[in-house]
Design a protein around this ligand. Structure first.
Ligand SMILES: [Zn+2]
Length: 448
């Protein structure tokens, strides 16, 4: 089933041509990379750090040698402190690739993949990645988050041509890595619900193939949290495939909508606040996303308790704020450069009273079926909380150094952070936003 899905994704993906996920696939990585990447006898440049070299790099090098591939001297960064995705490192890799006329084979997870991806993209060369941990869904994605001139931005660059993902390697990686991947994959639950809502009101139609790729296996992949935490290789199959499919879906849809909704904005905002950046390794993307996901699933739970079908549409429209009022609110909840960003992003999804009426009419009309679909997509927040804890992922704000009040304060900021239409916007349009946030943080709720 999943293998067919991966095939379907590859047929429609913009850049990735080969994905090999399975136990022991490292041993054949050399042949795969030789055949699918190193056309015309091109040289391979392995890019790793001391830890990933030990975990997989040496095996990949041996396998490539056995396959008769030509190899440049590998680049192996120190294992400690943790390597950063800084543009200077990317330039180093790019220059080495240029000097050696080689194609990059990243051996690692987030950072090493991102550095190799961007370096290769800047030279307009394909590359391969041998994944060493089930830590996030960026292996098959395009673009690379990078720190350049002290600012973190996502720089455009194509996804890898070849991905090799050995489940035994992933299962042997430091445990928090799979816990992070679990957090990133759990995000597909509220993200899917956000897409359903945006589709229903005509803002962002669902791309059927991208949806199928991301959503088909998510529940199954999230169903073995304790075995993931225990490092059982079989339990990694769903997680690794889910993360790979998520990236393929982004390639297919040419955007990040299939894999992320409002829950990711919590993570991005905390990242901009440098949350956990002093740690080594720094607080992971998936850990921040886990708490954002839980917050959003909690929000949905309260949203679905409300009577959308019985709304007084005239009353809702008459309360709809003018753009000036929205802008004032953005200035109140955002700070620094996020004020301008919030204004620009929110303006894209803002509509006037007539536009709101049209959206709400669509929502009310669709509600009976839509509510049932949303309920099927989502899960009880307490159940997700237990699953996250069982997977070793954060399940309460203090796990990532935050208070419930910090999470609460992130809700309006997440709503204004991006132009992407989510349930936060729907709740704001219906006049329920503050009330639902209050419900999420009421005594006896999720965080107590
Ligand atoms: Zn993510």
């Amino acid at each position: 089933m999943t293998a067919e899905l991966v095939e379907k994704g590859l047929e429609n993906a913009s850049h990735t041509k080969t994905v090999d996920v399975g136990r022991g696939v490292l041993a054949s990585s050399g042949t795969i990379i030789r055949d699918e990447l190193l056309e015309g006898g091109r040289k391979a440049l392995l890019v790793a750090d001391e830890r990933t070299w030990k975990a997989a790099g040496a095996d990949v090098e041996r396998s490539l040698r056995e396959a008769g591939a030509d190899l440049a001297e590998p680049m192996v960064y120190p294992g400690s402190p943790t390597l950063y995705a800084s543009y200077e490192h990317c330039e180093e890799i790019r220059e080495r690739l240029r000097e050696t006329d080689a194609l990059a084979v990243a051996v690692g997870s987030g950072t090493l993949n991102d550095l190799s991806k961007l370096a290769s993209g800047e030279l307009d060369r394909p590359y391969a990645v041998v994944a060493t941990a089930a830590s996030m869904d960026g292996y098959t994605g395009f673009g690379a988050p990078m720190t350049k001139d002290g600012v973190k931005i996502t720089m455009p660059c194509p996804a890898p041509r070849v991905v090799v993902f050995d489940l035994d390697v992933a299962a042997a990686a430091p445990r928090p890595m799979a816990s992070s991947g679990y957090g990133d994959l759990s995000a597909k639950i509220p993200a899917g619900a956000d897409w359903m809502l945006a589709d229903a009101v005509g803002v962002d139609p669902i791309h059927p193939l991208a949806w199928e790729l991301v959503q088909t296996g998510v529940r199954g992949a999230l169903s073995r949290p304790a075995e993931l935490a225990a490092g059982v290789p079989e339990a990694y199959e769903g997680l690794c495939e889910g993360l790979v499919l998520s990236g393929l879906a982004m390639q297919v849809a040419q955007g990040t909508r299939p894999a992320s909704g409002a829950e990711h904005y919590f993570s991005h905002l905390w990242e901009l606040d440098h949350l956990g950046s002093e740690l080594d390794p720094p607080l992971s993307h998936g850990f921040k996303v886990a708490i954002g996901t839980l917050a959003m699933v909690g929000f949905y739970e309260k949203f679905l308790e409300r009577d959308v079908a019985g709304l007084d549409i005239d009353a809702v429209v008459s309360r709809w704020p003018s753009w000036d009022e929205v802008e004032d609110d953005i200035r109140r909840v955002m700070s620094g450069p996020l004020i301008d960003k919030g204004i620009n992003e929110t303006r894209e999804k803002y509509v006037d009273a007539a536009g709101i009426r049209a959206r709400i009419e669509k929502l009310v009309q669709a509600w009976p079926q839509l509510r049932a679909k949303l309920a099927g997509q989502l899960m009880p927040a307490k159940e997700l909380q237990l699953a996250l804890a069982s997977a070793g992922a954060p399940s309460v704000p203090s796990d990532i150094g935050l208070t419930p009040e910090d999470v609460r304060a992130a809700f309006p900021r997440a709503m204004y952070y991006r132009s992407r239409y989510t349930v936060l916007d729907v709740a704001r349009e219906l006049g329920w936003f503050e009330e639902i946030v209050d419900d999420v943080f009421a005594p006896g709720g999720l965080w107590q």
